[in-house]
Write a protein that binds this ligand. Structure first.
Ligand code: AMP
Length: 411
């Protein structure tokens, strides 16, 4: 059977189809530009010769339901050429905000849909397209269970002292203003991989996980559980990101509004879409920024320095929070690929038992890469993340658990 993972954005749908038995990726794809104009679907299928064939199709697609019908149509016409069963075991949906209601994945029923709807004010850009895909697949394939896997759920283990803001408490009671954290599937996935690689049970591991991509977040994991993370009420808080500012004096918002006459909405847009690396140097792609910095661009150099400095501050504070750190994990497009960012984020931390081996750090690799020096007390690992695989695992676990299957592994 197959497990399909769906990640539905405002104008795009990403999907991955896994074999239930061994989680081989049978097909995957991305439909972009849903809305006015022509949408483009890039579909890849696993062939008998063990490589992936790419198919590109375009079509006018006005909404997500049509988009999913298009994907099912293309996947039906261009299935994997491997001998694989075609029935669906389940659909796993990445849902961005689960608030305090969802501490783990759930099988979607009408009540779950209502609760995800109630959370829209907390994630107005993300939860609605997630819901559209859920509704469409329930209608198109009513025989297949849908599971929601929340970005926030993994961080629900944070204690009150970590998740509360120092604001009047009625804002929390009445409006749910608190820190939630995101990228949960990624932090959870790399923690499990680290545990597997090190041969130490997760319950015994203290980790600092750094998801450094276009969005970026750090987490402190105690015994495999998240006890603090850098993103807050929204994914704007914390590390410097591609276009998001991360931590900021909240007074900047009011000051800018008074000085420029811009509305709060306009400033919110700037903090989310025009700030971070892009705000500092005009570029948000780390590869390009590194190239420009090497060519002597001062702003690009500053952007990298600021990016790494913020990460280092989080490593230091999470070290203090955890007391003992067994490993620091780098993941995400930048964490997996930028030796410079890894090096500068950890520079000068030898007193904490953190030191990198420059040679190992430069090595390109597939799979898990160990980059600490011989003297380092703390292991330092580069682990490629795979959020879709984590969502597939959680979908399988949730459906089996609901069906009362005995001996469901604690994935
Ligand atoms: P993600 O959001 O996880 O896909 O990560 C995207 C970010 O990773 C972008 O800033 C890319 O420039 C960055 N990235 C990808 N490959 C490299 C690389 N080889 N060196 C530096 N940054 C990279």
């Amino acid at each position: 059977m197959r497990v399909v993972v769906v990640n539905s954005g405002s104008s795009s749908i990403k999907y991955k189809v896994f074999a239930l038995e061994d989680l081989t990726t049978l097909m995957e794809g991305l439909l972009e530009r849903i809305g006015p104009g022509e949408a483009r679907l890039k579909h890849r299928r696993l062939t008998v010769s063990d490589d992936y064939e790419e198919i590109i199709e375009t079509r006018f697609i006005t909404n997500h339901r049509e988009g999913l019908e298009f994907i099912l149509d293309v996947a039906g016409r261009y299935p994997t050429t491997r001998d694989a069963p075609r029935e669906f075991f389940g659909f796993g949906h990445r849902v961005v905000h689960g608030g305090e209601v969802f501490r783990k994945p759930v099988i979607i029923d009408d009540e779950a849909i209502r609760q995800i709807e109630d959370l829209i004010p907390l994630a107005p850009l993300h939860n609605p397209p997630n819901l559209v895909a859920i509704r469409a697949l329930r209608e198109l394939r009513p025989d297949v269970p849908n599971v929601a896997v929340f970005d926030t759920a993994f961080h629900q283990s944070m204690p009150p002292k970590a998740f509360h803001y120092a604001l009047p408490s009625e804002f929390y009671r009445m409006h749910h203003v608190r820190r939630y954290g995101f990228h949960g599937s990624s932090h959870q996935y790399v923690a499990k991989e680290a545990s597997r690689y090190l041969g130490i049970p997760e319950e015994q591991l203290n980790l600092i996980t750094l998801h450094l991509g276009n969005g970026a977040s750090a987490s402190a994991l105690h015994g495999g559980k998240s006890i603090d993370t850098s993103m807050g009420l929204t994914p704007l808080e914390g590390l410097i990101m591609g276009t998001r500012c991360g931590d900021l004096d909240p007074a900047v918002h009011f000051y800018l509004s008074r000085k420029t006459g811009k509305s709060f909405e306009a400033i919110e847009d700037i903090l989310n879409k025009e700030s971070g690396l892009k705000g500092i140097c005009g570029m948000n792609d780390m590869r390009e920024i590194q190239r420009c910095a090497e060519d002597g661009d001062d702003q690009a150099e500053l952007a990298i320095e600021m990016f790494c400095y913020r990460i280092k501050k989080y490593i230091g504070s999470y070290y203090a929070v955890l007391g003992r750190v067994d490993a620091i994990i780098f993941t995400g497009g930048i964490g997996e690929n930028s030796a410079r960012v890894r090096k500068e984020s950890c520079e000068g931390l030898t007193a904490l038992g953190i030191s990198l081996d420059d040679h190992r750090n430069e090595e390109a690799s597939f799979g898990v890469l160990e980059i600490q020096s011989e003297e380092s007390r703390v292991k330092m690992l580069v682990i490629p993340t795979d959020e879709e695989r984590e969502i597939a695992l959680q979908t399988i676990h949730t459906i089996r658990h609901a069906a009362g299957v005995k001996g469901v592994p604690n994935l």
